[in-house]
Design a protein around this ligand. Sequence first.
Ligand code: 6PG
Length: 472
Amino acid sequence: MSKAHFGLVGLGVMGENLVLNAERNGFSSVVYNRTFSKTEAFLNGRGFGKAITGAKDLQEFVSKLERPRRILMMVKAGSATDAVIEQISPYLQEGDLLIDGGNSEFRDTERRVSDLESKSFGYIGMGVSGGAKGALEGPSMMPGGTKTSYDAIESLVKKMAAQVDDGPCVTYIGPGGSGHFVKTVHNGIEYGIEQILAEAYDVMKRVSRMSGSEMADVMAFWNSTEELSSYLVEITEVCLRTKDSDGDTDLVEKIMDKAGQKGTGLWTVISALELGASVPTIYASLNGRVMSSMKTQRCNAEPILKGPQSQSFDLGNLDNGMAPLMDAVVLSSIACYAQGMDLLKIASEEYNYKLNMPSIAQIWKGGCIIRSRLLSRIQDAFNRDAELPNLLIDPWFSDQVNRRLSGLAYVVEVAAKSGIPIPCFSSSLDYINSYRTSRLPQNLVQAMRDCFGSHTYQRIDKEGSFHTEWLK
Ligand code: 6PG
């Protein structure tokens, strides 16, 4: 019997869809799952009639693959991934390749790449984005590791990935854990944009007293614009339009307001703090989830901590796409992408990843959760200037900032006066205002530091390091 082109370990939702995607693209496959009953169920169900076979154990699984073996692991990040690597390694031969397609922490991937490559196996840490549908129809893929290992999987991943106007949504990201690092930052941006849209919903609901279907109409409007056309706006419309089983109530209103997280947003913020990158919008979205989980405390605090009296404010209407609110969503989304791209650039320097910024924007244009039309503009911006210090000062983006900043500021004012938390809107406003201010008040912070701790300061009128006896 001829050997299979591709192997998959882990028949979870993503694994199942990815192997069906590979098979559809002409790669006969063999699958392994820790519990064989799951493999059988898959082979008799969605895998039936396809060029996919199963294996009962890892030895059989490996023996059914052509060499060099290309094995995708879709298992839980962390110790489960290490366990699969340990169990499968004895059966691998020189040149065989393991691909980790889970949301692994990039430092784990760094370690695994260097361990496995030193044993002459290839190891690729590959971010995969797009959820179940993307995995089946074409995800965005972010593979990192040695270039030779990537070359061995290129033909496979280029076919499996989403295809956009200028090619497949996959590229060689860089060495070590760079693929998982880029996926982590992707997820940080994802957290940010989800929170931005949730804030827009809250403001429309509580200030403008709009119904679910009216808010869904606004999302449809926004999705038709260049600035906001995106997958997340598209699914927000669907979420807002969906009724509960009674056919009457908006389903979102029945959902508990506590957001979970699996770690990637947190890792983005940790990395940014470690690297000295400024990501306030992304951090605000993470903190939004943390505050949301404090449901009991919030319920207890509501009658104690009085907010402002409600007033009415004009936030526009559907005909102008709720103009100031659209300004707030556009600029906060731009701030979010700008922060993510900036973090990537800083990490690229620090870890010597040599990230190609236009290519990263390109592979996020299709398949992934943060796909949007803005990404073409981001790609153009970095193509125009590979060393662009910040997206905000690219001509197209600075024009957006200059046209929309007063709208964002107005929405922040309205929300503050209405007692509505808008962590992403307000931190984006502060981010933009800080970035465009040549003289910030940290001169006074420096004075205080020198006053109490002799930390010294620099002057704007002469070179050197200075200390003053402030308390004499
Ligand atoms: C994707 C997603 C996917 C997922 C993460 C984040 O790109 O397909 O990023 O990987 O959404 O699991 O999920 P949490 O919100 O649970 O952290």
